[in-house]
Design a protein around this ligand. Sequence first.
Ligand code: SAM
Length: 275
Amino acid sequence: MELWFTEKQNDNFSVSYRVRETLYVEKTPFQHLAVLDTVPFGRMLVLDGIVQTSVVDEYIYHEMIAHVPLNTHPDPKRVLIIGGGDGGTLREVTKHPKVEKATLVEIDERVIAVSRKFLPELACGFDAANAEVVIGDGIKYVAENKNTFDLIIVDSTDPVGPAVGLFSLEFYRSVHEALREDGIFVAQTESPYFMADLIARIYKDISGIFPVTRTYWACIPTYPGSMWSFTLGSKKYDPLTVAPEAILDYETRYYTPAIHRACFAMPRFLEERFK
Ligand code: SAM
């Protein structure tokens, strides 16, 4: 018998994965959580029916959300990650030798516990000596910590449920206050094919607050449409002026000095949306 999991993007488009085994299912106080062992992408974390990450292609997303801003800031000592309960972003952030402390604020402690059990390749990030984990709402945490961080990364679920506020103008203002005077903010901002209006709105909101705003992208096979966007707001440093030789040389599988530059190149259909 063949088992398939289908992620429904909208009424007209869905993606299906052949499933070897359903490893875990739970209804947490925040969301439906599942871990599937799929034939094409190995173990996958699925929240409310949406693929969050897979062991086969996770490195692309986690390296791009972490290393682009980390290598834009000359001294990223204090880093805050909102969401990211699988641990992959924390694993990448704690690779950077200048990071003294990385705090991860995840609203659903079950995501962390289940990732520790089924996704150890990602959850190893929680074992870094300079990692701190806080269970709570990232929106509240950001509002309570002013002028504290060099880098804030929003590694959230899609803008539904507890993540809705993480895509709001009010939250971006709060992030600006939580950053130090030369701080950087980056967020995963969804699919340029399916959510172009949302990305254009986010770009406009962030550019009204931060003097430097840049959208960049990477191809991540398990996200709908593959092309996935990240939007960065910076108080001072521009990722486009980072010299390739200033990019630190640590182990990555996707991110390189050339990718750091190339990921900001926009196809014309998108360029026209971000003016
Ligand atoms: N890479 C993933 C993606 O783009 O699909 C996101 C991964 S990570 C599992 C997302 C996490 O954000 C979830 O574990 C969810 O519980 C958490 N989250 C959602 N809203 C949050 C909030 N307001 N504060 C803190 N964490 C939140």
